[in-house]
Design a protein around this ligand. Structure first.
Ligand SMILES: C[S@@+](CC[C@H](N)C(=O)[O-])C[C@H]1O[C@@H](n2cnc3c(N)ncnc32)[C@H](O)[C@@H]1O
Length: 464
C-alpha cells in the first residue's frame, strides 16, 4: 500500500483520539477481509454453502453474506459465471440491509455501478416490482448491466443519466432510494490502494459538493413515507455526518431513522452537542472494530404517507408487429416449456425487451436497458439473449445441456467458447447449465452444442 498522506493521518488522529487511532492504524497492517453474497434469486445461503468448495463464514449483518478465505478463488469458479453469488466487500453488504427493499416496490439505485448493491436490492425484491439502476458514467454502466444480467435480474431498467435529469422526470415516484455516493474512499485504502493517491483535502471538498448535488436531486424523487439511504465508503465527517446535517436542514420533511441492528456498528462522530441524536442514529463501520472495511450509513424517511404516483403508460401498448410477435411465439414454443409471463413486450430497433407495466416515457433519457433484454430479431428467426438465459431456470427450457462442475474439462470448454457434447441427439436452442444453473445458450444439432456464450464473457479456466 502507498504511504498514507500526513494530512490524512493527522485528520484521523484528531478524529479518533490517540488510543483509537493506534488501533485504527494497526488495521492497515492486516489484509482486507473478503466477502461474497449469495444471489438469493438463484439459491439460498445454506444451499450455496453446501455446494461450494470455499471456506465460508457468515457475515453477521447480512443473512446472505459470507466471508471467504484467502485460499479460495470464487471469481474463478463457474458458479460465479452462473450468477450464484456476487463478490462484495462485507461492510458494503450492510447498506441494502438498511434500505430493506420489498417485492413490488419502486426502487431507485442512483449511483449503481458496478452493481453490488443493485444486485442485492434485486435479490430482495425477488423479481417483483421495479428497480431503476442508474450510473452516470458510460463505461461503468456496461459493467453494471453485465452484473445485473449475470445475476438473472428480470425487473430492472438500467439508465445512464445524471441525477438532475432523472429528477426532472420522476417526482415523488420511488418507495426507496439508495444514494451510495461517490466519495474520497478513505474506508477502502486497505482494499484499493489507488484511492490513496487520489486523496487530498481538496478532493474531499470536491466530493462533498458532488454529494450535496446528488442528494438535492434525489430527495424530490422520494415519495412521502418513502425511505432513502445515504452511504459512503469514507471516514470523513465532511462527507458523512456533515452531509446528514445538511440534508436535515435543507429538507425539513426528512427525518433521520436509527440504523437497524445498530449493535453491530458504531455511532457517528459529529462534534456539536446538538448532533447527539444524529450520532446515535447513523452507523459507522470501522476496520479496527469489525471484520470489514470502512463505511458510513444514514437512513432517512420522508414525512407523510402517500402511495407512489398512479401508473403511467409512457410507451405505446401494441409495440410488436404481427410478424415479430409470430417469430417470438415460435421461439417460445420451440424453446421454453411454457410461455413467459405476459409482461409488456416492446421492440427497440430489432431488439426485444420485457418492460415493467408502468414504465413512464423515458424519451430524452439515456436508457441502457429498458427492461429484461430478451433477444434480437434476425432475418427469419429470433435469437435469444444471454440475459434471458440467465433469468431462466432449467425447468423453463425444453432442452437443457447438463455440465458438472466436477468435470472441469467440459465447463472450461464451454466458458472458452468451444462446442460441447450433449448426451442425446436433439435440435434447437439448449440452456447450457453447470450443476443445473444456467451459464448461457447453446444451439444443438445432433449431439453437438454450438457455443452461444457472448464473446466478451468467454475466458480461460485452468482451475477453480
Ligand atoms: C461508490 S460507487 C457505487 C458503488 C455501487 N453502488 C455498488 O455497490 O456497486 C459511486 C458511483 O457513483 C458514480 N458517480 C460519480 N459521479 C456521479 C454523479 N455526479 N452523480 C451520480 N453518480 C455519480 C460513480 O461513477 C460510481 O459508479
Amino acid at each position: 500500500m502507498p504511504e498514507l498522506p500526513n494530512a490524512y493521518k493527522e485528520q484521523m488522529r484528531t478524529l479518533l483520539g490517540e488510543a483509537d487511532y493506534r488501533a485504527f492504524m494497526r488495521a492497515y497492517t492486516k489484509s482486507p477481509v473478503r466477502g461474497l453474497r449469495t444471489n438469493t434469486l438463484k439459491v439460498s445461503p445454506s444451499e450455496l454453502k453446501e455446494m461450494v468448495p470455499f471456506h465460508l463464514k457468515p457475515v453477521e449483518w447480512c443473512p446472505a453474506g459470507f466471508y471467504y478465505s484467502s485460499k479460495d478463488s470464487p471469481g474463478k469458479h463457474p458458479y460465479h459465471d452462473a450468477g450464484l453469488y456476487y463478490i462484495q466487500e462485507p461492510s458494503a453488504m450492510a447498506v441494502v440491509e438498511q434500505l430493506d427493499p420489498q417485492p413490488g416496490e419502486r426502487v431507485l439505485d442512483l449511483c449503481a455501478a458496478p452493481g453490488g448493491k443493485s444486485t442485492q436490492i434485486a435479490a430482495k425484491m425477488g423479481g417483483q416490482g421495479w428497480l431503476i439502476s442508474n450510473e452516470i458514467h458510460s463505461q461503468r454502466v456496461n459493467v453494471l448491466t453485465e452484473n445485473l444480467e449475470r445475476c438473472g435480474v428480470c425487473n430492472a431498467t438500467v439508465l445512464n443519466e445524471s441525477p438532475q435529469r432523472l429528477a426532472s422526470r420522476f417526482t415523488a415516484f420511488f418507495d426507496r432510494i439508495l444514494v451510495d455516493a461517490p466519495c474520497s474512499g478513505e474506508g477502502m485504502f486497505r482494499k484499493n490502494p489507488d484511492a490513496v493517491n487520489e486523496w487530498s483535502p481538496q478532493h474531499v471538498l470536491g466530493c462533498t459538493r458532488r454529494q450535496r448535488e446528488i442528494l438535492d436531486a434525489a430527495i424530490p424523487m422520494l415519495r412521502p413515507g418513502g425511505r432513502l439511504v445515504y452511504s459512503t465508503c469514507t471516514f470523513n465527517t465532511r462527507e458523512n455526518e456533515e452531509i446528514v446535517d445538511y440534508l436535515l436542514h435543507t429538507f425539513p420533511d426528512l427525518t433521520l431513522q436509527k440504523a437497524q441492528n445498530h449493535r453491530h456498528f458504531t455511532p457517528g462522530i459529529a462534534r456539536e452537542t446538538r448532533a447527539r441524536t444524529l450520532n446515535e442514529h447513523v452507523a459507522r463501520l470501522w476496520p479496527h472494530q469489525l471484520e470489514g472495511e470502512g463505511h458510513f450509513i444514514a437512513v432517512f424517511k420522508k414525512q407523510g404517507d402517500a402511495d407512489s404516483p398512479a401508473k403511467e403508460t409512457g410507451y405505446p401498448k401494441a409495440a410488436l408487429s404481427a410478424d415479430l410477435l409470430e417469430k417470438w411465439r415460435t421461439f417460445e414454443r420451440d424453446t421454453l416449456t411454457a410461455p413467459l409471463s405476459e409482461k409488456r413486450r416492446i421492440v427497440f430497433g430489432s431488439h426485444l425487451y420485457d418492460i415493467p407495466p408502468d414504465l413512464p416515457d423515458l424519451r430524452g433519457i439515456r436508457v441502457k436497458r429498458p427492461g429484461l433484454y430478451l433477444g434480437e430479431f434476425k432475418k427469419n428467426r429470433f435469437e435469444p439473449s444471454h440475459a434471458l438465459a440467465m433469468a431462466l431456470t432449467k425447468q423453463n427450457a425444453r432442452l437443457v445441456t447438463f455440465l458438472s462442475s466436477k468435470r472441469i474439462g467440459d465447463v472450461a470448454a464451454y466458458l472458452r467458447g468451444e462446442t460441447v457434447t450433449a448426451k442425446s441427439s436433439q435440435k434447437g436452442w439448449t440452456l447450457v447449465t453447470v450443476d443445473g444453473f444456467p451459464l448461457g445458450w447453446g444451439k444443438q444439432v445432433g449431439t453437438v452444442v454450438k457455443n452461444h456464450l457472448p464473446k466478451r464473457l468467454r475466458r480461460h479456466v485452468d482451475s477453480y
